[in-house]
Design a protein around this ligand. Structure first.
Ligand code: NCD
Length: 637
C-alpha cells in the first residue's frame, strides 16, 4: 500500500508513469477503472479546486465519493483524534484524501489508516498533488522540464505548493529563481537540501532583470553546478563588488509561478509590505514574451486579470489538468495497493527517545504538538549540517532544530552537545543508548548527572566583556558610512544578547534608536526577526541596502557564520555585512574573517569555550571560561 504524503514519496519514473496515465484519462474513464471503489475526502481547510477535481476524477473513473460537507460538523468538533478518524473512515473507503491545517497531520492519519492516504495540503508543509498538476502543465507547455528556468514568486515561506514544487523542479533538472516578498523567503533548509542533494548553488539575479515584478527583495537563481557561487562578504566593499560581478543576468525565464500571500498562516499585523505581482507591464516586456504564468489559485491581487486574456496566462488550464492528473494518480495508487514496493522516500534512521522525557518538535503547528496522544515523537538525526551542529528533523512536519544536550542511557550522564562528540554520539545512537534532552531540567529529572569536565579557567571577566562590547561599538560607528542604514543582527541566542548590548552602546552614544534583529540558523519559520519588545507585530526587517553587523559570541570553524550569511543574502541584498564576535578561537574551516573581535583565544578541538551572559545564566556576572572535556567516550564504563 502506498501513500502520497510528500512529493519525495514518488520517483521521477513514477511521476512520468502518472503523467502517462493522465494522458490516457479518457480511456481510464471508459474502462471505469475505479468501479466499486470509494474515496473519502476529509477537508479541514477550505478548498475548491483540489477537492472538486479529486471528486470529479473519482467519479470519472467510475468510483464513488463520500465526504463531510464541513469538518467542523464532523466528530473532530467533539474532540476526536485524527488517528481515530483515520481508522474509522478507512473502513468506509478505499482511499483517503486529506487536507488539514496542521503540519504533518497527513502523516499521523496515514499511520492509522488501513487504506492509502493522499495529502491534499497539510499546513505549511507540502501539497504534492498540486505539484503533479504543475509539472504536468509545464511539460505540456514546454515539452521538457530539464533546463527550464522557473521563477517562484510571492510567499515562498508559507506556501506549501512551493515547498513541494521546488524539490520536484530540482529533481527534474530545472533551474529555480526565487522572488520572495520581504520576510517570506524560501526556508533555509530547502536551499540547503537543494545544495546538498542536487548540487545546486545560489547566485544573485541582476536587480533590473525582474524589475517589472515590483518587490523590496531581490531574486536568487538556483541552478545545478553553476560557476557562480555565493561569496562570503564580511569584508565589505571589495568583496561586495566581487559578488556583484558574479550576478546572473539575461536569463531566459520559461515560467512564472505566482502565489498568494498565505495570510491565514501569518501572525496578525505581519502581513503588510509590498508583494510581487504580475500585471500589464510584465506582459509588455519582450524578455517575457515566451514566459508562461502559472498560479495554484486562488488568486487575490498578485495576478492581474489582464493576464487572463493573454496566451501566457495558463493557470486555468493548470487547474483543469487537476482532473486527469488526479485520475492518473488514483489509478496509480490503486494499482500499487497489492505491491510490496516501498515508497521512493528513503526511510532514514529514525530517532525516538529511549527515555520518557526527550526532545519535542518546536514547531507549534506540528501535529506531534497538537495531537500528542496518537503521534510518536520521532526524528531523523541529521549530522553533517553546514554549521556542524547535530540536528533533529521531525518525521511529521520536517521542522529541524538543534540538539542541545545528549545523554548516555547506560552511564546516566549527560552533557551539552559539541561537534567533538559526533562519533561518540553516533555510536550511542547505533546501540540505542542515546538520550537527547531539550534542557538540563529534563536530564536531571531522570536522574542523569553531568559529565565531569576538566578545570575551568576564566579568560574574560565582566569588565573585560563590557570593555570589549564598548570597543566593538566604537569601531562600528567609526566604520559606518550611514548610521541610518545600520542594522545589528545577532545570532540566536548569545550573539543576539551581545548584539543588543552593542545596540545599547550605540544608542547611548548617538542618542537615537537602532534597529536590532535576531537570526536563527536552524530551520525555524522565522529565520530573521526584529527584536522589539514594544511592537512585536511590526513589519519584517528589511535588509536591502543596509549596513548589517552580524554578531555572534564565538567564532570557530566559521560554518555558523556562513549559514547566517546565506540567510541574510536570501532575505535581501544588504549594502555590506560586517562580522563582530566576542571570541575568535581560530581554526577556521570556512574563510571568514571577523571585522571586530573582543579577544583572540586560539584553542584546540578538545577545549570548550563558553560565554556566560547574565541574560542567559543564573550567575550574576558575565564571564568567558575555557575548559577541556574529559571525553564521554573515555568515561563510559
Ligand atoms: C493552494 C493551497 O491550498 O495550498 N490551493 C490549491 O490547492 N490550489 C494554494 C493557496 O491556497 O494559496
Amino acid at each position: 500500500m502506498r501513500n502520497l504524503l510528500s512529493i519525495a514519496d514518488l520517483t521521477n519514473d513514477e511521476i512520468e508513469q502518472i503523467f502517462e496515465l493522465a494522458d490516457s484519462a479518457p480511456r481510464l474513464a471508459t474502462d471505469k477503472t475505479a468501479a466499486g471503489q470509494i474515496m473519502a475526502t476529509l477537508f479541514y481547510e477550505p478548498s475548491t479546486r483540489t477537492r472538486l477535481s479529486f471528486e470529479s476524477a473519482m467519479h470519472r473513473l467510475g468510483g464513488a465519493v463520500i465526504s463531510c460537507s464541513d469538518m467542523k460538523s464532523s466528530s473532530a468538533a467533539k474532540g476526536e483524534s485524527l488517528a481515530d478518524t483515520a481508522k474509522v473512515v478507512s473502513s468506509y473507503a478505499d482511499v483517503l484524501v486529506v487536507r488539514h491545517y496542521w503540519d504533518g497531520a497527513v502523516q499521523a492519519m496515514a499511520e492509522n489508516a488501513d487504506v492509502p492516504v493522499i495529502n491534499a495540503g497539510d499546513g505549511r508543509r507540502e501539497h504534492p498533488t498540486q505539484t503533479l498538476c504543475d509539472l504536468y502543465t509545464l511539460r505540456k507547455e514546454k515539452g521538457e522540464l530539464r533546463g527550464l528556468t522557473v521563477v517562484v514568486c510571492g510567499d515562498l515561506k508559507n506556501g506549501r505548493t512551493i515547498h513541494s514544487l521546488v524539490f520536484a523542479l530540482a529533481r527534474f533538472g530545472a533551474n529555480v529563481v526565487t522572488l520572495a516578498a520581504n520576510g517570506m523567503e524560501l526556508p533555509q533548509y530547502v536551499i540547503e537540501r537543494l545544495e546538498r542533494e542536487y548540487g545546486y548553488s545560489l547566485a544573485p539575479v541582476a536587480a533590473d532583470d525582474l524589475s517589472e515584478v515590483v518587490t523590496e527583495t531581490d531574486a536568487l537563481y538556483l541552478a545545478p553546478k553553476q560557476p557562480h557561487q555565493l561569496a562570503l562578504f564580511t569584508q565589505v566593499d571589495a568583496a561586495m563588488q566581487n559578488r556583484l560581478n558574479t550576478m546572473v543576468s539575461g536569463l531566459r525565464y520559461d515560467a512564472f509561478y505566482v502565489t498568494r500571500k498565505q495570510k491565514e498562516r501569518m501572525k496578525e499585523g505581519t502581513t503588510g509590505g509590498s508583494y510581487p505581482s504580475i500585471g500589464p507591464s510584465f506582459l509588455k516586456q519582450s524578455r517575457f514574451k515566451e514566459t508562461v504564468v502559472m498560479h495554484p489559485l486562488p488568486r487575490v491581487d498578485e495576478l492581474s486579470r489582464e493576464v487572463d486574456k493573454d496566451w501566457r496566462g495558463i493557470y486555468f488550464k493548470q487547474a483543469a489538468y487537476g482532473v486527469p492528473v488526479r485520475m492518473g494518480l488514483l489509478k496509480f495508487l490503486f494499482d500499487q495497493r497489492e505491491s510490496k514496493k516501498p515508497s521512493a522516500k528513503k526511510i532514514a534512521k529514525w530517532y525516538q527517545s529511549p527515555e520518557p522525557l526527550g526532545p519535542q518538535c518546536p514547531n507549534a503547528n506540528c501535529v506531534t504538538v497538537t495531537e500528542t496522544g496518537s503521534t510518536r515523537r520521532r526524528f531523523e538525526l541529521v549530522s553533517g549540517s553546514p554549521s556542524g551542529a547535530l540536528l533533529l528533523a521531525c518525521v511529521y512536519c520536517n521542522h529541524r532544530f538543534k540538539v542541545q544536550f545528549v545523554g548516555h542511557t547506560k552511564s546516566k550522564r549527560y552533557c551539552s552537545y559539541d561537534m567533538a562528540l559526533s562519533d561518540t554520539v553516533g555510536d550511542w545512537f547505533k546501540k540505542k543508548e542515546l538520550a537527547i534532552f531539550d534542557s538540563i531540567k529534563e536530564a536531571e529529572e531522570l536522574g542523569y548527572e553531568p559529565y565531569k569536565s576538566g578545570p575551568q579557567r576564566t579568560i574574560m571577566d565582566q569588565t573585560e566583556i563590557q570593555d570589549a562590547v564598548r570597543e566593538i561599538s566604537q569601531q562600528i560607528l567609526r566604520d559606518c558610512e550611514d548610521v541610518d542604514r545600520l542594522l545589528i543582527l545577532g545570532v540566536k541566542t548569545k550573539g543576539s544578547y551581545i548584539g543588543q548590548r552593542i545596540a545599547g552602546e550605540l544608542e547611548a552614544d548617538r542618542k537615537r534608536k537602532f534597529e536590532v534583529g535576531e537570526i536563527e540558523i536552524y530551520g525555524s519559520l522565522e529565520e530573521i526577526r526584529r527584536i522589539s519588545v514594544e511592537e512585536p507585530n511590526e513589519l519584517p526587517l528589511n535588509l536591502k541596502d543596509r549596513e548589517v553587523i552580524l554578531v555572534d559570541d564565538v567564532i570557530y570553524t566559521g560554518r555558523t557564520v556562513k549559514t547566517a550569511l546565506s540567510i541574510i543574502f536570501k532575505a535581501g541584498r544588504p549594502r555590506s555585512v560586517r562580522l563582530a564576535v566576542l571570541i575568535d578561537r581560530g581554526h577556521r574551516e570556512v574563510p571568514v574573517k571577523p571585522n571586530y573581535v573582543g579577544k583572540h583565544i586560539p584553542s584546540s578541538e578538545r577545549e570548550r569555550v563558553r560565554v556566560k551572559l547574565r541574560e542567559a545564566e543564573h550567575d550574576e556576572k558575565d564571564k568567558v571560561v575555557i575548559y577541556s572535556m574529559i571525553s564521554p567516550a573515555e568515561t563510559v564504563v
